[in-house]
Design a protein around this ligand. Structure first.
Ligand SMILES: [Zn+2]
Length: 444
């Protein structure tokens, strides 16, 4: 058990009650559970129950970063899909085959190992909470394990071993595409029925949820889930107050197939199914090939951009500035985990807009500043998306989940104090992150 203590640093991104901003030389007091009890300008008075005062020195402290979209096992494909193979089309769909091969190889123990390695790399990069979009459920022939949530438990065990918080976004996957049954390599993703899926979710809700674990629903995509099932999932999520995530319009082909089946876009199908009815309880992952009408439907929801994966796969770039202007909450994901660096994801979100729109400073706040918008996406936006309203900010009553940036790192040296945030977010990387705390406990 921790004891009461207090931290100071050169600067911290704190929310004293009226929104987050950099505060210079603040003091943050924690209780035994690692929750913030006070934020002040002066060191706390010496008291019997508040012993150590920690000075983190030349450090700039951000809230723990929140990675809203990950498929941890795909880290196993890293570096293995970057050469032409005769007879294999170099496209998203060719990459997907390599990913399927990796998924087919995994057993509960090896899934734990690759997930733990992935989550450890996340923690080292300042990520303290991850949304794992988990669709690998069953044995190779599609038969459930004796414990139907065996693989979900393996993911949760990996998160617990590393110390990161987890929202297990348990996926429903029913078919290859419209009127096409699952392919052989997709059988591991598929439950026998929607009822069987929801029974697994009942099991996860009652056995897995804890101080560091949440559960959410993840109808994989409109390609993989028929519309009636989407509606049932929307009702279940509302009944149990769960967040819902889905892949949306990552590739043009997904839109074309959806138009042929439903006569509308994926976003319109999700809206018709009731998945967009509850404000800020749905996250559209990617949402790249969207129309203005689609983006308006997402105005009171989250959109999770995964820019390095989207670039790697040739998906395209999300219309982030337009979504932001409409009121959508942006968040970020490492997705395929070919690179795990949320600072780079944030920078690429803005740079993608610059390339797409042919101008600079696209994701601005009310003062014309970009960095605070990007910090928000990688902290509060992700936390909201994953159902953790208390995370993603450092404020009284929130856990001290924190990412410590070295002000003396060579990428930040000689940058003026009032531009450190700009330099980190728009010209830096997670290499400058040196320490990470979860619930007040130093894990890196
Ligand atoms: Zn994904």
């Amino acid at each position: 058990m921790n004891q009461r203590r207090a931290f100071t640093a050169e600067a911290m991104w704190l929310d004293p009650g009226d929104g987050p901003r950099w505060m210079r030389r603040p003091w943050v007091e924690l209780d035994e559970a690692g929750d913030i009890t006070a934020i002040g300008r002066a060191a706390p008075e010496p008291r019997d129950d508040l012993v150590p005062l920690y000075d983190l020195g030349a450090a700039w402290v951000l809230p723990g970063l929140v990675n809203a979209h990950s498929h941890a096992f795909q880290r196993g494909v890293r570096g293995r899909t970057e050469r032409m193979v005769p007879g294999v089309q170099s496209s998203f769909w060719g990459w997907r085959q390599a990913m399927y091969d990796e998924a087919g190889r995994l057993e509960p123990e090896t899934l734990f190992d690759v997930t733990r390695a992935c989550f450890h790399e996340m923690l080292r990069g300042g990520i303290t909470c991850v949304g794992e979009f988990h669709y690998l459920h069953h044995q190779h022939d599609g038969q459930p394990y004796d414990q139907p949530n065996e693989l979900g438990y393996a993911v949760a065990a990996a998160a617990a071993d590393v110390g990161v918080r987890l929202t297990l976004l348990d996926a429903y996957y029913a078919r290859s595409s419209h009127e096409q049954p699952p392919r052989a390599e997709q059988r591991r993703f598929c439950d026998a029925s929607l009822d069987a899926y929801l029974a697994r979710i009942d099991g996860l809700r009652t056995s897995l949820v804890s101080e560091r674990v949440r559960v959410g629903l993840a109808p994989h995509s409109v390609r993989a889930v028929p519309k009636p099932a989407l509606a049932t999932i929307a009702e279940y999520a509302a009944d149990h107050d769960l967040v819902v995530h889905a892949h949306v319009s990552e590739q043009p082909r997904e839109n074309e197939e959806c138009l042929a089946e439903h006569g509308g876009s994926p976003t319109s199908v999700l809206a018709d199914a009731g998945l967009l009815d509850r404000p800020r309880r749905f996250t559209a992952v990617h949402a790249i090939h969207t129309t203005p009408a689609d983006r308006e439907r997402l105005a009171s929801q989250h959109v999770c951009a995964c820019p390095t994966t989207e670039a790697n796969l040739g998906d395209g770039m999300v219309a982030g500035a337009d979504l932001l202007a409409r009121g959508a909450t942006l968040c970020l994901g490492s997705d395929s985990n070919s690179i795990i660096d949320l600072v780079q994801e944030a920078r690429l979100l803005e740079m993608g807009e610059r390339l797409r729109l042919g101008r600079r400073l696209c994701l601005q706040d009310a003062y014309g500043h970009v960095a605070p918008v990007l910090v928000d996406a990688m902290t509060r936006g992700g936390a909201s998306s994953l159902g953790w309203p208390n995370l993603g900010r450092l404020a009284v009553g929130t856990p001290f989940d924190a990412t410590v940036v070295d002000r003396e790192h060579l990428t930040l040296r000689d940058v003026p104090d009032d531009r450190v945030g700009d330099a980190l977010l728009l010209a830096g990387s997670s290499a400058a992150i040196v320490h990470v705390y979860v619930a007040g406990e130093q894990l890196v």
